[in-house]
Design a protein around this ligand. Structure first.
Ligand SMILES: Nc1ncnc2c1ncn2[C@@H]1O[C@H](COP(=O)(O)OP(=O)(O)O)[C@@H](O)[C@H]1O
Ligand SMILES: O=P(O)(O)OC[C@H]1O[C@](O)(COP(=O)(O)O)[C@@H](O)[C@@H]1O
Length: 322
């Protein structure tokens, strides 16, 4: 079973708009609503693969009830943590030329009793978990070291941890030796405080995260593919995609693919790449089913193309949020 923890889930609302004109009334041509948050998406992808998953998440107010309904409708087991504040709604504005603008709300602040209940729920649900995937930003009320504490607790309970977060929360958790971390290129650049121009730059940065404690680093590099660096070596995986429909949740789908395939080594990397490539060819944050995957289109090599210039280099570093 793959347990996911999403401390700051969301109701994802996507509006299709012709284009964005600041200060104008924009009439949407289409809209959709999805249960969201990075761990929620991992659970959706694991369930789409026909594997068991339980999603732990704080839920509050009408948006929280809607997230629970949408997840139940997709057959996903939810271990809710009732909270007083309303679950956030995140807005994605998809322009007709393919550009996506996202507004991620901060989400409710968790009170002390709610924080305790969240940890207790994770502990109770971890009993038969092969992996615990802890994903996304932290809501107000959870200290940057919260994921570090979760990794330590999960390890003492014998579970393996996959972590997909960024900034201070990622850096703080590394010292507890998460089994795999999954930064995207921006998050990787932010973590090492350097821009990334080539696949070699990304590999050096991933090695640095290992030196800081990560046992393995699965770095997703958007259109360029993915890098896996662990204690036994490094591999690069990619797949050709002709038409990208939506990259929302592509990284979450990749992480699910990696864990479903065992969570280590080149075969798991190939599964991660196949899931990422399939996800970007589906609308919104729809997660791929086995029929959507094209493993034959995936290439994995131990001969990492270090000199390859990234199609989407990271030249400007994001300001840390906290
Ligand atoms: N434009 C693209 N073309 C082909 N594959 C893509 C594209 N964008 C994303 N992917 C696939 O999805 C994976 C995850 O996307 P990425 O943008 O790196 O993650 P995140 O969603 O976490 O920001 C990539 O490593 C790649 O396999
Ligand atoms: O926790 P964060 O970083 O605010 O991200 C939450 C958002 O990320 C998502 O999980 C999608 O992930 P990506 O933006 O990485 O594609 C959405 O479902 C959700 O709205």
């Amino acid at each position: 079973m793959i347990l996911t923890v999403t401390p700051n889930p969301s109701l994802d609302r996507t509006y299709e708009v012709p284009s964005l004109d600041r200060g104008e009334v924009i009439r949407a041509t289409g809209e959709r609503m999805d249960p969201g948050g990075k761990g929620v998406n991992v659970s959706r992808a694991v369930a789409a693969a026909g594997r068991r998953t339980v999603a732990v998440l704080p839920l509050g107010g009408a948006p929280g009830a809607l997230v629970a309904d949408l997840l139940h409708a997709q057959g996903i087991e939810v271990a809710p943590v009732p909270v007083a504040g309303a679950t956030r709604s995140n807005i994605a504005l998809a322009e007709s030329d393919g550009v996506l603008t996202k507004i991620n709300a901060p989400g409710p602040e968790l009170a002390a009793a709610e924080r305790e209940l969240l940890l207790e729920t994770v502990r109770r649900q971890s009993v038969d978990a092969d992996w615990i995937a802890c994903c996304g930003s932290l809501p107000r009320g959870l200290a940057p070291a919260w994921y570090a504490e979760l990794v330590a607790r999960a390890h003492s309970a014998g579970a393996r941890i996959a972590l997909d977060t960024s900034g201070p929360a990622l850096l703080a958790a590394l010292r507890e030796r998460p089994d795999v971390v999954k930064p995207n290129a921006e998050e990787l650049a932010e973590a090492v405080g350097r821009p990334l121009t080539t696949v070699g730059d990304a590999m050096k940065a991933a090695e640095e995260l290992r030196e800081l404690g990560a046992r393995a680093v699965l770095a997703s590099l958007g259109a360029d593919g993915q890098l896996l660096v662990d204690g036994t070596g490094a591999w690069f995986g990619s797949a050709r995609v002709d038409t990208v429909r939506s990259n929302v949740g592509a990284g979450d789908s990749s992480l699910a693919g990696f864990l479903i395939a065992g969570g280590s080594g080149p075969a798991a990397l190939a599964s991660a790449v196949a899931h990422g490539a399939a996800a970007v060819q589906l609308p919104g944050s729809v997660m791929p089913t086995p029929g959507d995957l094209d493993l034959a289109a995936v290439t994995v090599t131990g001969d990492v193309p270090v000199d390859r210039v990234l199609k989407e280099p990271v030249s400007v570093l994001k300001e840390p949020v906290s």
